[in-house]
Design a protein around this ligand. Structure first.
Ligand SMILES: Cc1cc2nc3c(=O)[nH]c(=O)nc-3n(C[C@H](O)[C@H](O)[C@H](O)COP(=O)(O)OP(=O)(O)OC[C@H]3O[C@@H](n4cnc5c(N)ncnc54)[C@H](O)[C@@H]3O)c2cc1C
Length: 472
């Protein structure tokens, strides 16, 4: 039963407090490592619910989390003892096939947008996993298979409606509050609760050539193979988004996989992926021509298996920029391959993922991590009591990669890092962009109510309320 403290919270959606039936399931997020337990979850069904719940939380002095897909590795979607504005009930997607635009409600998932757009022969730029929140992805940057053709997910935001910290409903577009639109394209969870986002859509290819190729190189040739594969992936065209995953199977053998999705012309796809296939005989090759939706579904199931992405495992992710040649990368990773892990007993994995190539920033948005590639270490395991062991494994591996010059001290993709500090946030945006964002924050959230995010601390105010784009 909801106690009287929250009984005046008259929402269309449900309000649950700890102890209510279904509360724990609603509070669960993708990462099983967190120990947070919010006091109240407001299942908002529209902007009015968001306003009421936000005002209520502020009246009671409760900390506020905004939850979309719940997949951020920093557990921003929940908090300890505060209120969660759970947007999952706000999941409508409206397609305008003529304008090639979509209006996406604040809690819709990436898969909702892909499916709805596909019916009209269109596709959004989005991440690989359908269960990621679309706003959680877009507002913080976001990249996926169409990124090298059409930019990051945030580059495709054309407008938004949000409830700001004081409960005001504001809109932004290229013509209305353009500076707010600029801020939303990469630092967007800082300025309010986005109840609807408007995005550009693109033509959906009738089919794509996609899948995963896995090799098990013999140890003596591992260094050379890693170098050759990394060189090949870095040289791919804008139609191909390459990811390399290095792990070990249960027998201790090292496996190297390439996740590939070519969204361009069939003959180009055959040639590019063909040359990667030809590098060495593979032990598994699921490359096939498929409809985009089916291709992504198959790929994500395979990635789930390989990188242990399933819900509820404990997590630790780190990501640093690659700082060496492919040859040096191959040499050092091959020498340290025994530190990677697949432990079936605790469902533990420690793998190295090399992601991305440089991404253009044509619009000059705040979203960084376009410099790629990044070297990510991904660990997932069952049982919170094993956290110290996995933390130590990852820290040691990173220390070795850093001392051998493989990674720099600069953080890579901020989406791929657990425990993001304020220093990493500033480094991610760069000091100049951060300062501008801090001024914008001071207009829409001067008390930093929305701080469970890649947080911008409010700075000196900006003239003209960001309405006409003038900065001071
Ligand atoms: C298994 C896995 C695979 C991934 N794959 C990719 C990938 O392919 N490409 C990629 O770019 N990233 C990827 N990511 C990273 C992911 O995109 C980010 O972690 C993203 O922030 C998750 O969004 P979410 O809505 O699911 O999470 P949440 O934790 O619900 O939200 C993330 C942040 O955004 C804020 N937020 C969400 N919705 C709103 C809103 N409507 N208004 C205001 N603030 C909001 C939240 O408050 C929180 O701070 C992956 C993550 C995981 C765990």
């Amino acid at each position: 039963m909801t106690p009287t403290k929250h009984s005046d919270l008259d929402l269309r959606g449900e309000v649950l407090v700890a102890g209510d039936s279904g509360f724990d399931a609603l509070a669960a997020i993708w990462d099983g490592r967190h120990g947070c337990r919010p006091a109240v979850i407001a299942r908002c069904l529209g902007a009015a619910d968001v306003r009421k719940a936000l005002r209520h939380a502020r009246r009671l002095g409760l900390e506020v989390s905004v939850r979309c897909g719940g997949h951020n590795p920093n557990d921003y979607a929940i908090n300890d003892g505060g209120m969660v504005l759970d947007l999952r009930g706000m999941n409508s997607v409206h397609i305008d096939p003529v304008a090639r635009r979509a209006r996406v409600a604040g809690g819709a998932l990436a898969g909702d947008v892909v499916r709805e757009a596909a019916e009209f022969g269109l596709v959004p730029v989005t991440g690989i996993l359908p269960a990621i929140g679309f706003c959680g992805l877009a507002l913080n940057g976001g990249e996926g298979f169409f990124t090298y053709r059409h930019g990051m997910v945030c580059d495709n935001i054309t407008g938004a409606t949000l409830v700001t910290a004081d409960g005001e409903l504001v809109r932004c577009s290229e013509n209305e509050r353009p500076q707010l639109l600029w801020g939303l394209r990469g630092a967007g969870s800082n300025f309010g609760v986005v109840t609807e986002i408007e995005i550009a859509l693109h033509e959906l290819p009738t089919s794509v050539l996609a899948g995963m190729i896995t090799w098990m190189p013999v140890r003596e040739r591992l260094a050379e193979f890693l170098a050759t594969l990394l060189t090949a992936l870095q040289a791919t065209s804008d139609d191909l988004y390459p990811v390399m995953i290095i792990g070990r199977d249960e027998t201790g053998e090292v496996s190297v996989s390439a996740v590939l999705c070519h969204v361009g012309a069939a003959e180009d796809a055959d040639r590019e992926i063909g040359s990667i296939r030809a590098l060495a005989p593979a032990v598994d090759d699921t490359i096939a021509r498929n409809g985009y939706h089916q291709a992504v579904k198959v790929l994500h199931e395979r990635i789930d298996e390989l990188a242990g992405f399933e819900d509820g495992l404990c997590r630790r992710w780190t990501d640093y920029e690659l700082a060496c040649t492919p040859e040096r990368f191959g040499e050092v990773v091959a020498a340290n391959a025994d530190r990677l892990l697949t432990d079936t007993e605790c469902h533990g994995t420690v793998s190295i993922i090399v992601e991305g190539k440089p991404i253009d920033n044509v619009l000059g948005t705040p979203a960084k991590h376009r410099d790629g590639p990044g070297v990510m270490i991904e660990a997932g395991w069952r049982g919170i009591d094993r956290a110290a062991r996995f933390d130590a494994l990852i820290d040691e591996l990173n220390a070795t990669l850093a001392s051998d010059g493989v990674i720099s001290s600069v953080s890579g993709n901020i989406h791929s890092i657990s425990d993001v500090s304020q220093a990493i946030v500033v480094e991610n945006y760069g000091p100049d962009v951060y300062r501008k964002l801090a001024r914008l924050k001071s207009i829409y959230d001067p008390e930093n109510i929305f701080h469970l995010n890649y947080n911008i601390v409010p700075g000196p105010a900006m003239r003209n309320n960001g309405m006409n784009g003038e900065w001071v």
